[in-house]
Design a protein around this ligand. Sequence first.
Ligand code: SF4
Ligand code: SF4
Length: 431
Amino acid sequence: MSTETTAQYVKAGRHADAPAQKDLDRCVHCGLCLNACPTYRELGVEMDSPRGRIYQMVQVATGQTPINPTYTEHMDLCLGCRACETACPSGVEYGKLIEAARTELNAVRPKSFFRSAIEGFVFNHLLSSRWMLSLVGLKLWIYQSTGLQSLVRATGILKLMGLAEIEKLTPTAERPNFFGQIGKVFPAEGTRKKKVALLAGCMQNVFFAKLNEATVRVLQKNGCEVHIPAEQTCCGALHAHSGFRDQARALAKQNVEALVDGGFDAIISNTGGCGATLKEYHHLLEHDARAEKFVSLMRDVNEFLASIELNPNMKPINAVVTYQDSCHLAHGQKVTKAPRQLISKIPGITFVEMPNASICCGSAGIYNVVQNELAMEILESKMGNVNVTKADRVISSNPGCMLQLRAGEKLHGQNRPVQHVIELLDEAYRG
Ligand code: SF4
Ligand code: SF4
């Protein structure tokens, strides 16, 4: 429960990026989205449903209610998973609305010095700085690989500080990181069929370097010359989701300029969350023809590989697997068939669909850190669905989901490996 008071909020007129009335008006309050919403399913509270949240946005937009602690709490509890968008028959673009609402909220909400400092550091510096991310990765790698992590855990100090649950979600820093590959060009295997650019992400270069390497190899196997353009930067998804829209715009501009004139057949992302923002750069950079061209070239890696003739030279993998949709891939990008098609093309694989695969696992960017309790409840439900499949591997298409599912495997599962679709394909190609 929030300890803020309404008086602490900065009084301001409507923010330039506040939810637009025409977007709010599309909701007819039918409630058909309620059952798709993970927070409504867990909490059973109308104000924590998509319809309830849109109602509150309307109240703020029309001046009937000020932005206050109650409004803040319900907006903060939204995962931004956009499952409501898929369920909505009226075409409400909920993702756009919640990002706009958070941008407006961010400009007026009271913040402690500590919170402002952390947000300023992360959103203005860390995510777009290769050397800072490299340094964080190196320190974390030392902490994790020298036994220091086990020692700290054993002392119980994390529990005393209330950080034990969050620390369990810390990703493993990989060495070497992927920053060393940025700027390089990887030739196609055999005849070059496509020239593509890979967006390597920000933290992904440190925590999912091996996934990026696997992505390059799988694309090469499929006749692609893979460029990792040097001037690329963080996609800005975390900024946009957290209400830092101006910073997201600056990053979007840099990526557009870095890639749009490269003569690429496609610009590829292997991360559902980043891909959704990258495909919506025309929302961030309105009336910008170069941003529109960039968007027309953007492809999720699953979508791209499913659209070409896949190299069939794979060795069998004898495993039963299930697939957890990445919310931003399924609901943001509407890509659900491609990953399943790719998995089913690997010889030896038995695919078992899990119940409610398209419902969020509770990861949602940094949601599992800032709303840890509810994220863990959502994860528990998810692992119940994974367990009924009796799969021996869990597959997804977004690093954030993979981290959350790995935590779920430790807490409620059977310690099964959690892999990206591309890692499974890479394994099949490498035998
Ligand atoms: S968001 Fe869509 S499904 Fe949900 S209440 Fe509004 S119109 Fe109905
Ligand atoms: S984005 Fe997800 S959590 Fe938020 S209202 Fe929609 S379905 Fe619910």
